[in-house]
Design a protein around this ligand. Sequence first.
Ligand code: 5GP
Ligand code: MG
Length: 188
Amino acid sequence: MSTNDNINDLESVLFNEDEINSRLDELSECISKQYGKSKLTIVSIMNGSLMLTAGLISRLRIAFDLRCLNVESYYGETKSKGDVFINSKKMPDLSGRSVLIVDDIFDTGKTLKEVIKRINSECNPLEVSCFTLLKKKKQRQVNIAPDFVGFEVEDSFLVGYGLDYQGRYRNLSVIGNLKKEVIANPST
Ligand code: 5GP
Ligand code: MG
C-alpha cells in the first residue's frame, strides 16, 4: 500500500511533498540559527503535529529536548467547536527553557492560546514561541499568533501531513481539500 492510498479522496492538492519539504528546510534553518545558543524544548501538540514534528526535528542541527502534549480540540464535522482539552495531569517542568510549541495548523487560535497559558502558568519557561505549518487567513478572537508559519492558507478544511478527517488522511504526504462527497459519506 502506498502512503498516498487516500489521495483520490482529495478535491485538490494545496502543497505537495516537495513544497512541504523545501519550506521545512527553510524554517528548520531559521530555527537552528535562532535557538543555537538556547536550551530549547520543543513541545509537540499531538496528534496533528506528528508528521510535522518528525519533519522538523530531523532537520534541526542543534541540541533540543522533545515533549509531547496530547491536546484535543473538539471538532464538529469540519469546524472547531472551540473547546480545548489538554490531556495531561502533570505538565513538564520547563524551568529556564526556551519553548517552541509545534502545531499543525492555526485556525481559531484557541488551542495555542490554551497551551501557552498552561505552559506559562505551570511550567516556568524562560520564553515561549510557536510554530505552525499552516495558518488560516481569518479574523480571530485571540491575541496571539505563531512566530513561525509554513504557509498561509484560505479558510477551508484541510487534510494530510498529520491533519485528519475523522482519524483518516494523516498519512498523506501532501496537504489538500477533501471532496465534498467524501465529507458527506465518509468510508470507514
Ligand atoms: P484552533 O484551536 O486553532 O482552532 O485549531 C487547532 C486544531 O484544530 C488544530 O491543531 C487541528 O487539530 C484542528 N484543525 C483546525 N483546522 C483544521 C483543518 O483545516 N483540518 C483539520 N484536519 N484539522 C484542523
Ligand atoms: Mg491539533
